[in-house]
Design a protein around this ligand. Structure first.
Ligand SMILES: [Zn+2]
Length: 230
């Protein structure tokens, strides 16, 4: 039996519309717990739309391996981080810091779209990741920072999954507060989310390995060396 979760892919329609109206590059960051197989498929050969997803892996719908990196001219513009069940804030932020932020800074999108599902929340009944309300806030802060740095602050979040209504509403408010306070964000306490697990770090490392040779991977590695020797 085929299951259809979405009739229209809002993020993909928005990305295509922005391209048609003159945006040279658009990025879609997808933090829904399920891999966005439709968005990936639509843009996998298109170097002007970068698709970046963090999701539970392996998990429904089965796609989203770190080795899925795009095709043809779009090779390198599809970036998948598959986190193991049980991963939470620390592992999620590790993916942002080592993969998504450097990749987005390198890509310099004119517009950053966020497929903002909230089903990676620890209270969600459908999946097995353990992100907290504060974790979503930290993720949104990182993306706003990137959007301010390279996209003129142009960030649009589209609501996607989220099946615990309490967690959904709380986390959504956290994200909206971040979007509302552009330029006046409180710096999060360093290390407040803890250190990622070895399994989580290894999962993020598989994405870096799949994109070895990309300038943003080399730049990120140099940054880590500088941080560890400081
Ligand atoms: Zn989902």
């Amino acid at each position: 039996m085929r299951r259809w979760f979405c009739l229209f892919n809002n993020a993909a329609v928005a990305a295509a519309a922005a391209r048609a109206r003159g945006a040279a590059r658009v990025a879609v960051l997808d933090w829904d717990v399920h891999h966005g197989n439709g968005t990936q498929h639509i843009f996998q050969a298109d170097p002007s739309v970068m698709y970046l997803s963090v999701h539970q892996y392996p998990f429904y719908p089965g796609t989203g391996a770190p080795t899925e990196v795009g095709e043809g001219a779009g090779r390198g513009a599809t970036i998948n981080v598959g986190l193991p069940a049980g991963a939470g804030d620390a592992e999620m932020l590790d993916a942002f810091d080592r993969v998504f932020v450097p990749a987005l800074v390198g890509f310099r999108p004119d517009l950053l779209l966020v497929s903002a599902g909230f089903d990676a929340h620890r209270a969600d009944p459908l999946a097995g990741l353990r992100v907290s309300d504060a974790g979503y806030r930290a993720m949104a802060e990182r993306l706003c920072g990137v959007a301010d740095l390279v996209a003129g602050g142009r960030l649009v979040a589209l609501l996607e999954g989220g099946y615990d209504l309490g967690a959904l509403s709380r986390s959504l408010v956290e994200v909206l507060e971040v979007l509302d306070r552009r330029g006046a964000r409180a710096e999060e306490a360093a290390g407040a989310m803890g250190a990622p697990s070895a399994e989580g770090r290894a999962a993020v490392g598989r994405t870096l390995a799949a994109h070895q040779g990309q300038a943003w991977v080399e730049a990120g590695a140099r940054g880590e060396e500088a941080a560890s020797s400081a």
